[in-house]
Structures are given as structure tokens and as C-alpha cells.
Design a protein around this ligand. Structure first.
Ligand code: PTJ
Length: 263
């Protein structure tokens, strides 16, 4: 891995980029995943690389919903496995969810590499690998249609970090709750999900683990109220408004970084 000096003003962002590249070298991430990461970086840059209140509100509803669900499943792709494998395992444990590998660019080698890294981080069981992905999501033609009959097929709630669109729609058609984590509030996934967390997975998944521990002792009724008071359309609107306000603010200032600050 390239050594990035911790004093570099773009240190965190550059380290994440290195983690994705390392994930590619280890066979977890596809080349297309590098493009997806770059898109995420651009939105994160505009959002100020921090978790906003609208994401926090979406995370609270998401965690409450996962705790209330009978069969919550966390769907894991290459980028998520490279960026937050340990947090995914901790979140699954904290909300009682199963973990399933689900890939757009599915190969046997990648399924196994992703399952391996999740197990190295403590996962007891990883669904969706090899023959386990024997069921299909109806009306979906990509490789993402292949799911586990013990996982996504029977799930009532599916968490999809970094998704690519049409599966969210297909899962919603099957009557499932879909929780998306996507830095792009305009994406098809963000628009189609039941709950959209407009935030970086590297900040939101660890925060969801904290919330899950906090919420575990709450009465079901309290969790239900958190979920029923949530409005995804409003939250997406707030994310888009925040982007607009931030761009207005930056445009007003004109120059907003010191020379040399850009990575
Ligand atoms: O591992 P596979 O085979 O399942 O493929 C995974 C990718 C990511 C390549 C595939 O799902 C894909 O092509 O995704 P898209 O359509 O590029 O969508 C990815 C979305 O995630 C985009 O809207 C990005 O803005 C967003 N995104 C990228 N990085 C992050 C992110 N959202 C949250 N956190 C990130 N770190």
C-alpha cells in the first residue's frame, strides 16, 4: 500500500482510496467498483465529508426497523467488504441480521474472497456463496437476482450498502423493506429505497452499530414509533437541499481552500 503522510490534508479520503485499491488487488473489488468509489468521493466532497442530521435520522429509523424485523439481511458487495468488513459483522450481530454476499459482477472467486474476509472479521455464517445462491429474485436479469433461499429471498428487510438500482426496485416489488446507504441522493437506489442513508458507508455502518446497542433495550412500541415517524421523501429532499445550500455557500466564498489543499 502507498504510504500517505497522516499530515496530508486529504489523508482520510486518500486512505479510503488505498483500501479500495487494496480490495481490488485482493480480488474483492471489481474495476467498476473503483469507478463507483470515485462517484461516492465526489458526493462526499460536496457534502463536506461528514454525517449530516438527515443521515442520522435515516440511520435511527433503519436500525429500529432492523431490530423489529423477523428476518433482516445485510447484503454485501465488493466495495463494502473492502471498506467495512468488521463493522458489517458487528452490525449483523447487534441487530440479529444474516449476512449474504450479493454481487453485480458475480464470480465464484469473488464470492469466496468476500466470504473469507467476513469470516476473518468474525462472521459465523455467510450466505449467498456457491450453490447457496440458488433462488432468484423475479423480474431481475442481472447477477444480483441470485440469492439465498435462507437469506434475501425470505428477508423482510434488506440493507443494501452501495447498490446499483434495479434490485432495490425488485425487492420492493416483493414487499420487502429496503434500506440503502448511498452518497448519491439522486441515484435510482436512493429514490426507490424505503429508507435512504445519504452518507459514506465508512461513517454510517459504525454509527449504526452504536445505535443498535443503544436501541436494543427499547420497547418495541418505541421502535415502532421511530419507524412510523420516518419519511424518506422528506429526508431525500433535505439531502438535496443541503447539497444546494452548500454549493451556494461555497460559490459565495469563491476561494474556499488554501493553495495545495486539493488532493
Ligand atoms: O461488488 P459488485 O460486483 O456487486 O459491484 C459493486 C458496484 C459498486 C461496482 C456496483 O454495485 C455498481 O456499479 O454500483 P453503482 O451503480 O456505481 O452505484 C454505487 C453507488 O454507491 C453510487 O451512487 C455511489 O455514489 C455510491 N457510493 C460509492 N462509494 C460509496 C457510496 N455510497 C456510500 N459510501 C461509499 N463509500
Amino acid at each position: 500500500m502507498v504510504r500517505i503522510p497522516p499530515s496530508h490534508p486529504r489523508y482520510v479520503s486518500l486512505m479510503l482510496r488505498e483500501r479500495i485499491v487494496e480490495g481490488y488487488r485482493k480480488g474483492l473489488v471489481v474495476l467498476e467498483g473503483l469507478i463507483a468509489h470515485g462517484r461516492g468521493e465526489a458526493f462526499d466532497y460536496i457534502l463536506g465529508e461528514k454525517t449530516h442530521w438527515f443521515a442520522e435520522e435515516a440511520m435511527r429509523a433503519a436500525v429500529a426497523l432492523m431490530l423489529l424485523s423477523k428476518h433482516p439481511v445485510i447484503s454485501v458487495n465488493g466495495n463494502t467488504a473492502a471498506l467495512v468488513p468488521g463493522d458489517i459483522v458487528r452490525l449483523a450481530e447487534a441487530v440479529g441480521a444474516r449476512i449474504e454476499v450479493n454481487l453485480f459482477y458475480r464470480t465464484k472467486e469473488r464470492e469466496e474472497a468476500i466470504a473469507r474476509i467476513l469470516r476473518e472479521h468474525g462472521a459465523q455464517e455467510v450466505l449467498g456463496v456457491g450453490d447457496d445462491a440458488s433462488a432468484t429474485i423475479p423480474e431481475l436479469h442481472s447477477e444480483r437476482r441470485r440469492v439465498s433461499p435462507r437469506g434475501i429471498l425470505v428477508a423482510d428487510t434488506v440493507l443494501v450498502p452501495l447498490e446499483d438500482g434495479d434490485r432495490t426496485e425488485a425487492l420492493r416489488r416483493m414487499g420487502k423493506n429496503v434500506i440503502a446507504i448511498d452518497l448519491n441522493p439522486f441515484s435510482r437506489t436512493a429514490q426507490m429505497a424505503s429508507i435512504t442513508i445519504v452518507d459514506n458507508v465508512v461513517r454510517s455502518v459504525p454509527r449504526m452499530v452504536e445505535l443498535a446497542h443503544e436501541f436494543r433495550g427499547l420497547e418495541e412500541e418505541v421502535l415502532r414509533r421511530i419507524v412510523s415517524g420516518y419519511d424518506n421523501r422528506r429526508i431525500l429532499g433535505e439531502a438535496i437541499r443541503t447539497i444546494r445550500l452548500r454549493l451556494d455557500e461555497l460559490a459565495e466564498k469563491g476561494v474556499f481552500v488554501e493553495a495545495g489543499d486539493y488532493a
